[in-house]
Design a protein around this ligand. Structure first.
Ligand SMILES: C[S@@+](CC[C@H](N)C(=O)[O-])C[C@H]1O[C@@H](n2cnc3c(N)ncnc32)[C@H](O)[C@@H]1O
Length: 292
């Protein structure tokens, strides 16, 4: 089963009012009104299954952003080196990325790094190694189960220069001009308001700061049907903007030196996403860099 096949959490208990009769459970929010609801449920389910030790929940049978049982092979395929995989806890890599942002970020000792949508923490731990004890890495993720998992991984590694904060990338819990480098791996496509994400990134980056991201972009404008499909949005297909739209949005947020490099070889793993026959024709993984 791939992550796109996993049921959303359907175990919401009936609310029990304190010292009173059982209250009606609130009506379930409609994921179409805010796509982040469906996205959060999806990634919470993946984190819970990983926590329960279900073998490679996101990856078996190749679901969205997932590969096969040979997770290492998949992670090498998206761009991690064998050395990278040797230094991160297995639990930090759930096969959810589409690239290796630390490989394009040129991180230096002492830098402050922010990872948007940090998941189990794989890219934060790689960044922490590169910036060293005088640097700092902050991971932000809106899914509490992912934050708990990343914190447990950090405790296991004993890193004291990494922290994980619960929050949305559209409303970053960071001060203005406080970060040298923003990284992210297969997350911004999931946001319903990318202009707001870029504005927030521009706000928290120091002048001259770098934006170094792996993400999927649409090869051509996606159809309204694909864009409104909750499952396809949650598995990194339906929410992807085109390369041209991304270039324009970054420029509008004040970024310069914008470079977007599509990686055609990503079709090898994207073809399995969402069990959609045309996944690799619709989106491509890109290395995206820009300066504040
Ligand atoms: C495809 S996974 C990638 C995780 C991680 N970057 C990796 O490569 O393993 C997407 C992650 O982004 C988080 N996410 C999605 N949309 C978000 C948003 N609007 N704000 C904060 N986190 C978000 C999800 O909770 C999930 O952990």
């Amino acid at each position: 089963m791939g992550c796109c096949d996993q049921p959303a959490d359907s175990t919401t208990p009936t609310a029990q009012a304190c010292c009173g009769p059982a209250a009606e459970a609130p009506a379930a929010a409609d994921p179409r009104s805010d796509p982040r609801i469906g996205v959060r449920e999806r990634y919470a389910a993946i984190a819970r299954m990983a926590e329960a030790g279900t073998p490679e929940p996101a990856m078996s049978e190749g679901g969205c952003c997932g590969g096969s049982a040979a997770l290492d092979r998949r992670s090498l395929g998206v761009g991690y080196s064998a050395e990278d995989l040797a230094v991160v806890p297995r639990e930090a890599d759930m096969g959810l990325g589409c690239g290796n942002p630390t490989a394009i970020a040129g991180l230096q000792a002492g830098e402050v790094v922010l990872d948007l949508g940090s998941g189990g923490g794989i890219d934060c731990f790689l960044a922490a190694q590169r910036v060293g004890p005088s640097g700092r890495v902050i991971g932000v993720d809106m899914t509490p189960e992912m934050i708990a998992k990343a914190r447990a991984n950090a405790a296991k590694l004993g890193h004291d220069n990494v922290e994980f904060r619960l929050g949305e990338i559209e409303h970053l819990p960071l001060a203005d001009a406080s970060v040298d480098v923003v990284i992210s791996n297969c997350v911004i496509n999931l946001s319903p308001d990318k202009a707001q994400v870029y504005a927030e990134v521009a706000r928290i980056l120091k002048p001259g700061g770098r934006f170094c991201v792996s993400d999927v972009l649409a090869r051509e404008e996606l159809s309204a049907e694909v864009r409104s499909d909750v499952a396809l949005r949650s598995c990194c297909i339906g929410g992807a903007d085109t390369i041209e739209a991304t270039q324009k949005a970054l420029a509008a947020a004040g970024f310069t030196d914008i470079s977007i490099r599509p990686k055609d070889e990503s079709a090898d793993y994207i073809k399995d996403w969402g069990h959609h026959a045309e996944a690799a024709q619709m989106v491509v993984s890109c290395d995206i860099t820009a300066h504040r």
